[in-house]
Unconditional design. Structure first.
Length: 235
């Protein structure tokens, strides 16, 4: 019981409380049991508040969890990757995940589910559509705060870029995205969903050299999932 109280006080940074109990009521089991229950409740509340704040800051368009998935409707790669995605080992290994396939096969759902799981495990997460991310970066550049904007993403453990390929970029926008991805290379994880095969990404970025440079960085050690299949919405 004493160890449990000591651990809770340490987690909550309440060393004075533990010292007081040790000095004035070291043999009062009832007091220690009460304090353990109260401090555990406080710890749980702080953890919940932290998770809610992380979910709010992440910017998910909707809340989609692994439990909401219909496994039989997912493409094979998606089904087989579920245990690895849930475990979040890729975050510890600083690997990227790329989900490629036609519309409506669960790419965004999987990406959000991973992001929510990461938030619940106290990772810092940000969700953006590719178009939204580019717009933010262009705005930051126009306001002379691009370096500050990119620096913020160095603190993000998991960046989710959704719907890459639905909107084409000009060369300037593509260079901005490359700059952001380059700062995260092998230091933080990124999830990208796209409806285009890698061979078609030049249609989005227009420049072959830049496209190759982007692919080189995001695919290095990445988990690449083939998400082609029948559309949920068409069903």
């Amino acid at each position: 019981m004493d160890l449990a109280l000591k651990d809770l006080c340490k987690q909550l940074r309440l060393s004075g409380v533990y010292s007081y109990v040790q000095e004035y009521s070291p043999d009062n089991d009832d007091l220690q049991e009460f304090l353990i229950s109260a401090l555990q409740a406080e710890l749980d509340k702080r953890r919940m508040n932290r998770q809610m704040r992380s979910l709010r800051i992440a910017g998910f368009p909707t809340k989609k969890r692994f439990e909401d998935l219909i496994m039989d409707d997912l493409p094979q790669d998606g089904r087989e990757a579920i245990p690895a995605l849930k475990a979040l080992d890729f975050l510890k290994e600083r690997r990227n995940i790329i989900l490629i396939g036609n519309s409506g096969t669960g790419k965004t759902h999987l990406a959000i589910a991973v992001g929510i799981r990461a938030c619940e495990e106290n990772y810092r997460v940000a969700f953006r559509t590719a178009a939204g991310l580019i717009n933010e970066m262009v705005e930051a550049r126009n306001e002379n705060r691009l370096s500050v904007y990119i620096k913020q993403f160095r603190k993000i453990d998991l960046l989710i870029i959704d719907e890459l390929g639905y909107v084409t970029f000009d060369l300037t926008a593509a260079e901005l995205l490359f700059q952001l991805l380059a700062t995260r290379y092998e230091t933080m994880s990124t999830i990208i969903t796209s409806n285009l095969a890698f061979s078609d990404w030049v249609k989005v970025f227009h420049d072959r050299t830049l496209t190759a440079a982007i692919l080189d960085r995001i695919t290095h050690h990445a988990l690449i999932l083939n998400m082609n299949g029948k559309s949920f919405r068409r069903r």
